[in-house]
Each structure stands twice: as structure tokens, then as C-alpha cells.
Design a protein around this ligand. Structure first.
Ligand SMILES: *Cc1c(COP(=O)(O)O)cnc(C)c1O
Length: 301
């Protein structure tokens, strides 16, 4: 399924980091495909292959109204000949926002479930109801967070890329888990959680255990650059993202990558990465910026 995807370019960013004895490189996953960008493709890849192997022609998945995963699943389904159903958290709002408008344009059928029921999105009770209603569908969890997703993410960093520490923004931690599994022991990956709290650590440990229980894996999660929680922003973050784009010609999304890049730059100044070659993984997500520019309300968790 891969040939239509470009291999991600690496861009060195020249900044104050140089003067502080740190080399920064950006792995531009945001450029692998115009519609299925960033880490979402890697998380979908083996799920779509599994669906095909099982002869299931419909993908069903879950997400919020601004979800990058919903957007990418709709586009990938359209591209690879799957029907797609998006189960969206909360009530329908018309007109559809740009994310859901796009999903619909790719042929995705949208259904809405209330927030209470949405909490059951990983339960077999809800899945049984969905099978009863839609027949044979291949269910991908919210955010592509399953072992197929982890497997795809082991392919993000090709072995010939040289670096000491990779940095990545984390929502479910699936991408971090895959990247961590792909590294040899001289290298390390650090996740920057975009969620408040540190429960994500346990989620990541559990994913890694399910995937492979033997090898010791070196990873870390930094939990103090969430800016108030999922999809919360402040002026400082928005200003940082704007200035970063102007200086390096790399756009950042406000939900994930801006927070990670901000955190990295902050830690560079603190001397945290002294003497290291750091690879920042740009996971895409730029479709979601539309709402911020249009001044539309930010989704609440
Ligand atoms: C979904 C997403 C993430 C989070 O990936 P996880 O595997 O859920 O941790 C990071 N960055 C962007 C841009 C995303 O869209």
C-alpha cells in the first residue's frame, strides 16, 4: 500500500540551538501525503491490511469532531477502496466543521454518540451493538491505538537516520510505542504528552507489554507541556507556533506538534540536550488548524 507515499524529508533547523551545542533536525511526516499526513498513515497501514486479509470492506472508527484520525481514515478509505464509518463523539452540529465536511466528501458515513456512551468506545458491548447495526465492519480504535498501529509506527524512523534522541508529541502514545520499539539501545525517544496528567505512561507501558514483553526499551514521557490539556492553547503557544513557522518555514498544529516543539526549545535552553543530535518528529495534523484561524470554539474533552 505504500508506493503513493513519499519518504519523509529531514530538515535541519538552524537556531539558537546551535549556539547551545544542540543539533536539531525535523522529520517531516507532515509531507508524506497531502491528505493522509503524519503519523496517522503509519497507524492505519497494518489495520487496513488486516481488514483486507479478513475480506472486510468497511472500516469503522471513533473520534472527536476535529480528529486528525477521522480525517486520515476517511481519506485512506477512499484511496484504498474501503467504505468508512466515523463514530463521532457528541452531537451533530451543522454546518459540518471542515474536518467532518472533508470526511463526508471522502465518502465517510458519520454517526454521533453522546459523550457518556462514547466512553465505552473500546468495550465489546458497544462493539456488538455496532456489528448488529452495520454488519461486518473492521473496527479501528480511536486514534489508531492498537497493535497494528504500533507496528506501523516502528517504520517511522528509517535505520539510516542519525540522531541521539527523538522527540514526539503524544495523544494515545501509540506512535511513541512504535518508535521506541524500533530504536537500538544507543538511542532514546522522548514523548511530550498533550494531555493533562500522567496516566499516558501506563497506557504506553501496557501497549509495549502487549506488543513485545521481553526487550527493555528506552523511552520517557514529559508531562508538563500540555498547556492546560487536550486542545487547550494560550497566546504564548500560538505566538511560538507563528514565529517558528516564519523562521523555519515549518507549520505546526496547535494540538500536538506546537506543544512538543515548544517543549523541546524550552529544554534546549535549559541545557537538557547538551551535545546531542535531536530528531523532532513532525506528526502532521495541520488540517486541524483551520478552526483556530477561523476563531471557532475549541473542542472540549
Ligand atoms: C494523532 C496525533 C498525534 C498523537 O499520536 P499518538 O499515537 O496518539 O500518540 C501526534 N501528533 C499529531 C499531529 C497527531 O495528529
Amino acid at each position: 500500500m505504500s508506493p503513493i507515499f513519499a519518504s519523509p524529508p529531514i530538515q535541519q533547523i538552524d537556531s539558537i540551538a546551535r549556539a547551545l551545542n544542540v543539533e536539531l533536525y525535523v522529520l517531516r511526516l507532515d509531507l508524506v501525503h497531502p491528505l493522509i499526513s503524519g503519523n496517522k498513515w503509519y497507524k492505519l497501514k497494518y489495520n487496513l491490511e488486516a481488514a483486507k486479509r479478513e475480506n472486510i470492506d468497511t472500516i469503522l472508527t471513533f473520534g472527536g469532531a476535529y480528529s486528525n484520525h477521522i480525517y486520515a481514515t476517511a481519506a485512506a478509505g477512499n484511496l484504498f477502496g474501503f467504505k468508512t464509518i466515523g463514530v463521532i463523539r457528541g452531537e451533530e452540529t451543522l454546518p459540518l466543521n471542515p474536518t467532518l465536511e472533508f470526511a463526508t466528501s471522502q465518502g465517510m458515513q458519520l454517526i454521533y454518540i453522546d459523550r457518556q456512551t462514547y466512553r465505552l468506545r473500546n468495550s465489546s458491548t458497544l462493539h456488538q451493538e455496532l456489528y448488529a447495526r452495520f454488519g461486518k465492519v473492521f473496527i479501528i480504535p480511536e486514534g489508531g491505538c492498537n497493535l497494528n498501529g504500533v507496528k506501523g509506527c516502528t517504520e517511522i524512523i528509517s535505520p539510516d537516520i542519525e540522531f541521539d534522541i527523538a522527540c514526539i508529541a503524544c495523544g494515545t502514545g501509540t506512535t511513541l510505542a512504535g518508535v521506541a520499539l524500533s530504536l537500538n539501545d544507543r538511542r532514546r525517544v522522548i514523548g511530550f504528552s498533550v494531555l493533562r496528567g500522567d496516566f499516558l505512561k501506563h497506557d504506553i507501558e501496557s501497549l509495549l507489554r502487549q506488543y513485545q514483553d521481553s526487550k527493555s526499551i528506552s523511552w520517557d514521557l514529559i508531562c508538563n507541556y500540555h498547556f492546560g490539556g487536550y486542545a487547550k492553547v494560550n497566546d504564548e503557544l500560538l505566538r511560538f507556533a507563528r514565529e517558528f513557522e516564519r523562521e523555519h518555514d515549518i507549520p505546526l498544529d496547535y494540538v500536538y506538534t506546537a506543544k512538543m516543539f515548544y517543549g523541546v526549545m524550552d529544554l534546549v535552553k535549559e541545557g537538557y540536550f547538551d551535545g546531542r543530535r535531536v530528531l523532532l518528529i513532525h506528526t502532521g495534523g495541520l488540517q486541524g488548524n483551520v478552526k483556530k484561524q477561523a476563531g471557532m470554539p475549541v473542542p472540549q474533552e
